[in-house]
Design a protein around this ligand. Sequence first.
Ligand SMILES: [Zn+2]
Length: 183
Amino acid sequence: MVKSKFVMPGDRVGYAEEFLAGEGVYEENGELFAAVAGETVVEDRVLKVKPIKELPKIVKGDVVLGRVVDVKNSMALVEIVRKKGFDRELMHTGIATLHISNVQDGYTKDLSNSVGYMDIIKARVVDENRLSLSTKEPEMGVIHSICSVCKTPMVKEGDKLKCPNCGKVELKKISKDYGTGEW
Ligand SMILES: [Zn+2]
């Protein structure tokens, strides 16, 4: 019995020696890959990917994971990649915004001292129509970050992040879940 799992196009789903490529699956050099986003299904040694069309709607109050794709003066643009309680990656959900006033309690002078380009943040949706996020709660904020100099994953040191490779220190609004693998 092969456990069904959610895959994205290009994900390796198996090997040609185990399965025949069915609908939504293609073979390349003995490996099987998903051609569509969906759920893997095995029937009589035929591996298929059943496409998923319906993705969950993001609503106010949801906790999401997002990748910071741009940091401007007063807001960061965040591509939502996960929604808590939904065990699959989201695609094309849209670009959410994290306004400087929603980053943390109190006054934030410089947004770039709170989130950085390509950081993964955990945030709460505060407005579903405009896809506005907040990271004010202690468990919200940056949950994964790589060093802007040498691309090494940063480690949490007190209320800062430090690169274990080159020693660079960065200020961030850090989630209390940073580095735990939980979110
Ligand atoms: Zn570094």
